[in-house]
Design a protein around this ligand. Structure first.
Ligand SMILES: [Zn+2]
Length: 189
């Protein structure tokens, strides 16, 4: 199955409580752009994340707010920050490292919630039926490129009727495959 490839740059999902601490009480996030997954959007707001070794400015906030704050970075970012890179599925935050987050209003300590997102494909149940797969199953995606063709294994297949078909990789993975906008992957089990 042909799958469009999208790159997730480092970003942060905020709980409402943390969002209010960082930006001020009763603050409302400003939508900059809707993303490919329905209801998800990039905000105008940016924060700084700090680890023991370094910090990264201009980390984009994605909305809407979630139950728990989650920071998604690359392994390269983890080296810069001095944070151990935990490759996790979104939402699986138990035992993950934390960081300091600085917003215009206040700086907060996030005890845990920094992850390197496990590569995954979003799809709806019709797509899943075509391949005969279930939510959470693992697949592989082959990407043909002029100089850096490769096959990503250990790809989590996430099925939900709110999803639209696309593979999400991080910036390290994008560089590994020499990402360009027109890249397409071929998903198999
Ligand atoms: Zn995703």
């Amino acid at each position: 199955m042909k799958v469009p490839i999208e790159v997730s740059a480092r970003h942060i999902h905020l709980s409402e409580k943390d969002m209010f601490s960082l930006f001020g009480s009763n603050y409302k996030l400003n939508i900059k752009k809707y993303l490919s997954q329905p209801g998800q959007f990039a905000c105008e707001e940016r924060v700084t994340i700090k680890g023991t070794k370094g910090e990264i400015n201009g980390v984009i906030v994605l909305g809407p707010c979630r139950k728990k704050t989650q920071v998604e970075v690359s392994l390269t970012d983890c080296i810069k920050l001095g944070i151990s890179g935990e490759i996790r599925e979104s939402g699986n935050l138990k035992g993950t490292p934390g960081c300091v987050i600085k917003g215009p209003n206040e700086e907060i300590l996030l005890e845990s919630g920094v992850i390197v997102s496990k590569r995954h494909v979003h799809m709806n149940s019709n797509d899943a039926k075509l391949l005969g797969i279930k939510d959470g199953q693992i697949g592989k995606v082959k990407i043909k490129n002029k100089f850096r063709s490769l096959t990503f294994e250990d790809v989590v297949l996430r099925v939900d009727d709110n999803f639209s078909l696309s593979m999400h990789i991080d910036t390290d993975e994008a560089n590994a495959v020499g990402y360009t906008k027109d890249l397409v992957g071929y998903l198999s089990i």
